[in-house]
Design a protein around this ligand. Structure first.
Ligand SMILES: *Cc1c(COP(=O)(O)O)cnc(C)c1O
Length: 369
């Protein structure tokens, strides 16, 4: 039995710290806007090398708020990719703008910067590259394109806490970066959580008001905001986990290297990592046209896998109104039929890893038919 993810195994490694942090929040009734949130925001800013972190309710909220802070609204267009979690596009829709997709590089499945010029219009206001699976998007061509057209770059780093592009942390290239702390992310809380990071101190103050009913002083509201605060319990859990994140990411990297080594001679391909990228393997996906058969075979042996994502965003019913039918983004569409995500988390044991690779090797050497 190998689970896809084992959150409890992680908790067991840091139980005393987590329990103490949770007890502290309860003892102090520091549930909302308390010192725990301030402490986590400070720690996270230091850790990812940015001036400001604004903790919010979820990664989806972070994306929506970053777009709002960037002044993106009704009538505007935002360029992103169709092979992401739907939240990337939803955030654009929720500020009243329209997501415009470009296809991805067939090797890395990351935004293909060469296609950006084909979709830019007078209405384009922002670009959202997604560091999918924890692999950094090559940022130079995207930043150069954005600068040329006067666009804001918002990095979707929801799967990439700690990944580096040419030695610099992801999230330090665009004007804003958005993180998710959904439980299963590389840094996950016990519930929902997200954050926007930025070096713009004034925009960070705006974001803090936006998440708190437009208020920086109780019952005085300078603007129309909303309730999108990160809770104290969530922040305390994240602050307790953050010191371990580098080691967890290193462990994921060693699992990824071992998967590659054990599977390299098989008729499957790995999702490519651009040279200069230091990924954090939120997801470890392999590609094969026999994806469904392979997944079934692994399931029968008690090995859990995932598909990220089975239907690209432009083919979801929610986005049928964009009129981008099958064939619009062939690389993203082909990837959706071929990708299979293998068990990946820091606490995965060598025995579990061997069980996974052994089962895959057996699947491919089984007689055809
Ligand atoms: C998880 C995720 C989000 C949304 O984050 P939530 O915290 O679940 O709202 C956005 N973008 C990507 C790429 C994600 O993986």
């Amino acid at each position: 039995m190998v689970p896809f993810l084992d959150l409890h195994a992680q908790y067991e490694t840091i139980r005393a710290d987590i329990d103490a942090a949770v007890a502290r929040v309860i003892r102090d009734s520091a549930f909302i806007q308390g010192p725990e949130l301030k402490a986590f925001e400070r720690d996270f800013s230091l850790w990812c090398g940015r001036q400001e972190t604004v903790g919010v309710h979820a990664g989806s909220t972070a994306l929506m708020f970053a777009l709002t802070a960037a002044g993106v609204g009704p009538g505007d267009e935002v360029i992103t990719v169709p092979n992401s979690f739907i939240a990337t596009a939803e955030a654009v829709s929720h500020v009243g703008a329209t997501p415009v997709f470009v296809d991805v590089d067939p090797k890395t499945l990351l935004m293909d910067a060469a296609l950006l010029e084909q979709v830019v219009t007078e209405r384009t206001r922002a670009v959202i590259p997604v560091h999918l699976f924890g692999t950094p998007v090559p940022m130079e061509p995207i930043c150069a394109f954005a600068e040329k057209h006067g666009l804001v770059v918002i990095e979707d780093a929801a799967q990439a806490h700690g990944a580096k592009w040419q030695g610099k942390p992801v999230g330090s290239f665009g004007q804003y970066a958005c993180y998710s702390f959904y439980p299963g992310k590389n840094l996950g809380t016990f519930g929902e959580g997200g954050a926007v990071t930025t070096d713009d101190v004034e925009r960070a103050a705006y974001l803090r008001k936006l998440r708190n009913h437009g208020s920086s002083e109780k019952y005085l509201h300078d603007m129309v905001g909303w309730n999108a605060r990160m809770g104290g319990l969530q922040a305390a859990v994240l602050a307790a986990k953050l010191p371990h994140l580098d080691a967890w990411n290193a462990s994921r990297r060693s699992h990824a290297a071992a998967y590659r080594e054990a599977l390299q001679s098989l008729p499957l391909t790995f999702v490519g990592v651009p040279s200069g990228a230091e990924p954090v393997h939120h997801i470890f996906a392999v590609r094969t046209p026999k994806r469904d058969e392979l997944q079934r075979s692994l399931t029968e042996r008690g090995i859990a896998t995932g598909v990220h994502y089975p239907v690209p965003i432009h083919l979801q019913r929610a986005y049928a109104h964009l009129g981008k039918g099958p064939g619009s983004f062939p690389e993203a569409e082909r990837a959706a039929t071929e990708m299979l995500s293998l068990p990946m988390y820091a606490e995965l044991t060598v025995a579990q890893r061997d069980e996974v690779t052994g089962a895959i090797r057996e699947f491919f050497s089984a007689p055809v038919g």
